[in-house]
Design a binder for this molecule. Structure first.
Ligand code: NAD
Length: 341
């Protein structure tokens, strides 16, 4: 099988690429390296069945032929991260909506299987917990630009399901809930890597808001297992699935846990959302998935729980602090294939 992973040099995409290559599949990666890095693929860069194309999924002349030669597309490329979304809302909306449209339009020609990455953000401010896939979604107003990311991903979901309904393109939507693990970086507002790297450096851990907001963290290996299982399940076509761990923790408690598990004496600082992200921001109070649908469809069960997730993340950050010079060399490794300009 030949799989295309858009956003394959990113955090989730690179773990998925490894898993598919290990299973003997050919993998094409399309990535513009805006938030991803070739470093993420360094462990598989020499694999014969991997091809990496540097280019944008919004460029149909590059993405189109790759989609058309694939047996399955994992469409993960997107503008992600709270900070990026707040700072570049037009870019976010255009990348997410147009990129998905390009993928689906080309998948239509061969009725190619497509898995479209969405997000728990689409549940917005709903208070009906845990979040079920068939629940009503409660987004905030367009004056709060944070919701532009959720809305763009929601349009992606509508598009994916519409391509199934109108053109029989076999699509599945996955809503990720705070996937975490090695290679995720904290630069774009991801909380766990940011806490861990700061704790190890003895810098303050910045909690946005009062810290009582909760999140549910999912080990990236469990996410990849869910993706590959759904890809092979015919009954997943035309459906939306939560992919997450249903145990929640408040961000304040997470900061305390990370500090204890790293042995750090970093202070914990509370910064109002308005100060961190501007006036046009509001947060979600709680985020917990109901995972009964994916459990029933493919037997999905999150295997790695929070303490172990933190331990593994700490080990990764400790190693990468020691390993920086080697990683810099890996980053300079030439690209296997470069898309036409
Ligand atoms: P990531 O930033 O590591 O991965 C996204 C990848 O897409 C990056 O490698 C980036 O360079 C690439 N990309 C961005 N714009 C592109 C473009 N126009 N053309 C080609 N490549 C482009 O983030 P991730 O966490 O791996 O996210 C993967 C997907 O999962 C995204 O669609 C994201 O919205 C979704 N998601 C992730 C989480 C999470 O917790 N990690 C939660 C919800 C949703």
């Amino acid at each position: 099988m030949r799989a295309l992973i858009t956003g394959g040099a990113g955090f989730i995409g690179s773990h998925l690429a490894e898993r598919l290559l290990d299973a003997g599949h050919a993998v094409d990666v399309l990535d513009d390296l805006s938030t991803g890095s070739l470093d993420n693929l360094a462990g598989v860069a020499s694999r014969r069945r991997l091809e990496t194309v540097i280019g944008s999924v919004t460029d149909a002349s590059v993405a189109g032929p790759l989609v058309e030669r694939a047996d399955i597309v994992f469409h993960l490329a997107a503008a992600v991260g709270v900070r990026l979304v707040v700072e570049a809302p037009i870019h976010t909306i255009q990348t997410n909506v147009h990129g998905t449209d390009v993928v689906l339009e080309h998948a239509r020609r061969g009725r190619t299987r497509v898995i479209v990455a969405s997000t728990s953000e689409v549940y917005g401010k709903s208070h009906v917990l845990p979040f079920r896939e068939d629940a009503d979604l409660v987004l905030g107003p367009p004056t709060k630009c944070r919701w532009g990311y959720a809305a763009s991903k929601l349009i992606d979901e509508f598009l994916a399901l519409a391509y199934w309904q109108e053109h029989r393109v076999p699509t599945t939507v996955v809503r990720f809930f705070n996937s975490v693990g090695p290679r995720q970086n904290g630069r774009y507002g991801m909380v766990l890597p940011s806490f861990v790297s700061r704790a190890l450096a003895g810098e303050p851990l910045t909690v946005h808001g009062d810290g009582r907001q909760t999140r549910s963290f999912t080990w990236v290996g469990d996410v990849v297992t869910a993706l590959t299982a759904l890809a092979e399940e015919p009954r997943a076509v035309g459906e939306v699935f939560n992919v997450g761990n249903d145990r929640e923790i408040s961000i304040g408690e997470l900061a305390v846990k990370v500090r204890a598990m790293t042995g750090s004496d970093s202070p914990i600082e509370f910064v109002p959302h308005a100060e961190a992200f501007g006036e046009h921001f509001e947060d979600m109070a709680r985020r917990v998935p109901d995972i009964s649908k994916i459990r029933q469809a493919v037997g999905f069960e999150p295997r790695v729980q929070l303490d172990e997730i933190i331990e593994r993340t700490v080990a990764y950050w400790r190693a990468s602090r020691i390993d920086r010079p080697r990683r810099a060399v890996a980053q300079a490794t030439p690209v296997l294939a470069t898309a036409p300009a």
